[in-house]
Design a protein around this ligand. Structure first.
Ligand SMILES: NC(=O)C1=CN([C@@H]2O[C@H](COP(=O)(O)OP(=O)(O)OC[C@H]3O[C@@H](n4cnc5c(N)ncnc54)[C@H](O)[C@@H]3O)[C@@H](O)[C@H]2O)C=CC1
Ligand SMILES: O=C(CO)COP(=O)(O)O
Length: 373
């Protein structure tokens, strides 16, 4: 059924690259909004199923897709005449798909990444890959609390379109905004994109904590300290910390740290139940971007001198075989610094401790964590 559009938009032609759960959910929203929607994927059988049964049996088996979505394995057909191109391809394949697509892309088109990951080696976010590959002007990113299966179920939610380009922001609001999906605008593209990528790290930690029987106070502390850590990293990367108060920061962090529908949360949960990382990832059968992101972000944070104890702790559980319980105990004995460091700088608290050393510290506090401990 056609949706009532917000902001009085004229329907546009939308291309979606990616046949996974998020690409499929977004294609259906745009079609609900009366756009002509073509969706590209590699799998011929999935194309046939979407076109004939209006269902994506591999990634969203229980949801009806708007019958107007036309799937195809042919990039040229999908991209022809599209004014908005949404790219929902996991980060490990993102650049190769853009490279394959770019012969049919034109500078008038609006290119929007929906991918919440980071490219290894380059440490580029996906909109930066888009910029590097195409050199186009109309580039943006969307991120927010957007679990694909809830969107496919038309549960109410919202996202953020972030771009320095006003046309990109407006067109995405017009193309996707409808009665069950609101689209807010931001010009902090880097902050919004980092928010989407970084929160996956803490969703893994939250799933692990839940499986270990930790309570709601613990989850709340974890999410709040995660926000402090994410914004600290983002500021070092040149983003605006205020962005983390929005849907792509705290909004996405809450949903992925609380829901079993999040694949990253499920990876953490499975590991908290005793599975290995390999078992947890292979039983998922879908992408959990946080596993690579934690590795890349920890390396970058060390290089930049950014303090990220939660990400470091998680990395040691995932890759160095440290038991999650032991890591939680170590983190609880780590430095006690500032709550909101944009109000009281962390360094002021640490300096005060140096000026007033605790007489009993040596018997109570373990030495700070070192790589290889
Ligand atoms: N599923 C969700 O709830 C949300 C996902 N995202 C982000 O969207 C991105 C895509 O995720 P999903 O659609 O959920 O993933 P998915 O795991 O459901 O599907 C991935 C899709 O990418 C395709 N793919 C993988 N490698 C490819 C290649 N080399 N060439 C062409 N296609 C390839 C797969 O065939 C599949 O169709 C991820 O970065 C994720 O973080 C963002 C918001 C919500
Ligand atoms: O980003 C998401 C929801 O906003 C989806 O999270 P997962 O990739 O963990 O499923």
């Amino acid at each position: 059924m056609a949706e009532q559009q917000i902001n009085g938009a004229v329907p546009i032609n939308v291309a979606v690259l990616g046949g996974g759960s998020f690409g499929t959910a977004l294609a259906s929203i745009a079609a609900d909004n009366n756009a002509r929607v073509r969706q590209w994927m590699r799998d011929e059988a999935l194309v046939a199923q979407i076109n004939q049964e209006h269902r994506n049996g591999r990634y969203l088996p229980h949801y009806a897709i708007n019958p107007a979505v036309q799937a195809s394995t042919d990039l040229k057909t999908v991209l022809a005449d599209a004014s908005l191109v949404l790219i929902a391809i996991p980060s490990k394949a993102f650049r190769s798909v853009v490279q394959a697509a770019k012969v049919w892309l034109t500078p008038e088109q609006i290119l929007v990444s929906t991918t919440k990951g980071i490219e290894p080696d380059s440490f580029l976010l996906m909109s930066q890959v888009l910029e590097q590959e195409t050199g186009f002007e109309h580039i943006g990113v969307i991120a927010g609390p957007n679990l694909a299966s809830e969107i496919a179920d038309k549960q109410l939610t919202a996202t953020v379109i972030a771009s320095a380009d006003p046309l990109t922001r407006t067109r995405v609001q017009q193309a996707l905004g409808c009665r069950y999906f609101r689209v807010y605008a931001s010009d902090d593209r880097h902050g919004v994109e980092l928010g989407g990528a970084l929160k996956n790290i803490y969703a893994i930690a939250a799933g692990m904590a839940a499986a270990l029987g930790m309570g709601e106070n613990t989850r709340s502390m974890l999410m709040t300290r995660a926000l402090a850590e994410m914004s600290r990293f983002a500021v070092a990367e040149g983003a605006n910390p205020m962005t983390f108060l929005g849907l792509a920061g705290v909004g996405d962090l809450i949903v992925t740290c609380s829901s079993n529908l999040s694949r990253n949360y499920r990876v953490g949960h499975a590991m908290g139940e005793g599975r290995t990382l390999e078992e947890a990832v292979s039983s998922l059968g879908q992408v959990a971007e946080g596993v690579n992101t934690v590795k890349l972000v920890c390396a970058k944070a060390r290089e930049m001198g950014v303090y990220m104890p939660l990400a470091e702790g998680l990395s040691r559980v995932l890759f160095d075989g440290v038991p999650a319980q032991d890591m939680a105990r170590t983190l609880m004995m780590g430095e006690q610094s500032s709550d909101v460091e944009f109000i009281l700088p962390r360094e002021s608290v640490l300096q005060a401790h140096r000026d007033q050393p605790n007489q009993h510290a040596s018997s109570q506090t373990p030495s700070p964590l070192k790589k290889g401990d």
